[in-house]
Design a protein around this ligand. Structure first.
Ligand code: ATP
Ligand code: MG
Length: 224
């Protein structure tokens, strides 16, 4: 059972079939520029990477994102989008799902609204469902995991009970979000991170910052 499946809608991967249009690789960019090296910007011309921070509710996505933004290198110009809040602010919430006690998402309009920030780069998307975003949005997907007892305490503390609590606990125990992420994105860009305590939180922030700097080096914009 997935957390709040109702926010997810279908399992289609938007952008399938669009990849070629958007996929300007470094090699292609070099050829197009007459042999000079140009900014590869990953596969999609971005100067900062886009990442998805995901995991079962309560695993610590928002805490991690807030720390990452606090400690970001200025030049990355990160923009954190918490999908639930963004959808509420921009009018992409659908009907209330009484089973999961949350609103459905109007995925198509939400994704249209995310196109511009995704194209700008430096996007940090915070959401517990992975499989409705176009693959081309993200350069890495970080899946947070938490030990059951800790997750249970965190969810109880925020007032989760009954079916909602049970669904989320099962989701984490059966590593549903991790499996979905691995099915939805290339395996090599999906990273599992433990998020049981504050020490691990800090390690995760450092690890993502290191990954971002390396991404910059690997996708450098230097002219030759
Ligand atoms: N690594 C961690 N160590 C200790 N406590 C943590 C850790 N990560 C998160 N927490 C705590 O767990 C609670 C849930 O964290 P947070 O709100 O970041 O989760 P979330 O994954 O964003 O949940 P949701 O999907 O519902 O938004 C918060 O009280 C937070 O302070
Ligand atoms: Mg959150």
């Amino acid at each position: 059972m997935s957390p709040a499946r109702s926010t997810k809608g279908g399992v289609k991967k938007r952008g399938q079939g669009e990849e070629e249009q958007h996929d300007v690789t470094g090699v292609e960019a070099k050829e197009a520029s007459g042999g000079k090296r140009v900014c590869r910007g990953g596969a999609h011309g971005r100067e900062s990477p886009n990442i998805l921070v995901t995991g079962t509710p309560g695993t610590g996505k928002s805490l991690l994102c807030s720390r990452l933004l606090e400690r970001q290198d200025e030049s990355f110009k990160l923009r954190w989008i918490n999908v639930g809040e963004f959808a509420r602010e921009r009018g992409h919430l659908g009907q209330w799902d009484p089973d999961f006690e949350c609103h459905e998402l109007e995925e198509d309009s939400l994704l249209d609204d995310l196109e511009e920030p995704a194209a700008a780069g430096g996007l940090v998307v915070d959401h517990h469902v992975t499989d409705f975003f176009p693959e081309r949005f993200f350069d890495a997907v970080f899946v947070l995991r938490a030990e059951s007892e800790r997750l249970y305490d965190r969810l109880k503390e925020r007032g989760y009970a009954g079916k909602k609590l049970e669904n989320n606990m099962q989701c984490e125990i059966f590593q549903t979000v991790l499996d979905e992420a691995r099915e939805s994105y290339r395996e090599e860009i999906v990273h599992e991170l433990r998020s049981d305590n504050l020490e691990e939180l800090e390690q995760n922030v450092s690890r993502i910052r290191t990954w971002m700097r390396q991404w910059r080096i690997d996708n450098s914009c230097q002219q030759k």
